[in-house]
Design a protein around this ligand. Sequence first.
Ligand code: 48F
Length: 248
Amino acid sequence: MKDVVISKLIVDEYFEKLRNSLELDVAIVGAGPSGLTAAYELSKKRFKVAVFEERNVPGGGIWGGGMMFNEIVLEKELESFLKELEIDYVMKEDHIVTDSVHFASALLYRVTKNGVPVFNNVSVEDVAVQDGRVCGVVVNWGPTVRLGLHVDPITIKSSFVVDGTGHPANVVSLLAKRGFVEMKTEFPMDADEAEGFVVEKTGEIFPGLLVSGMAVCAVHGGPRMGPIFGGMVLSGQKVARLISEKLR
Ligand code: 48F
């Protein structure tokens, strides 16, 4: 029966992918622009990386552009990054403007093409901590977590974990509520200030746990910003650089 062959192929391939991801160099939580950029940069250096995304559709806040006007803006300094990824864009008023669906698709294509598994529908509900260091992520199905079902998770070992969960900083908040770290809150909108703030404060917040993207503003008390994505890309690049240095 063809249907059973199809089921077998899916189950076999998925479990091989999952089994190969049980011990990682880097677990990236959240498939938004910063997490995907970090995954892309780390994959170029051949580190063992996986991305965990609680929603069905990876890409985070990219798809919707600003208020569902599906265009995003980046600083002109990111031109070489867009060229590297073969993303089309226009340059206007000293800024890059690109179609958000095109940008999200290109980033996802490059990450997966480089062999990084993106586990969509998988939520990171906790971290593993041993000897005062984050050493893995505790995962469950996204819908299981959302519905509050009483189902125990499984654990994935990782030398480093990146909180790329955007505005709520969901991973850092797990440590904050236990008193391991202090967490501030995101400040009101100010794109001029926010872009630089995000990049400057991107880094390790607790041994083994780094924070990137908008989660940085929630953790360190920086302003939010609208659909300008240069800071997200630069933050993803910086977190990848910091981890690469530590892993080497
Ligand atoms: O919010 P998001 O796009 O993160 P980001 O990389 O980029 C922020 C921008 O999109 C935008 C902005 C700047 O222009 O203000 O908002 O900082 O993506 C975060 C992803 O993390 C997922 C969530 O579904 C989203 O796709 N996520 C959140 N919590 C978890 C998670 C979790 N516990 N486990 C897995 N995924």
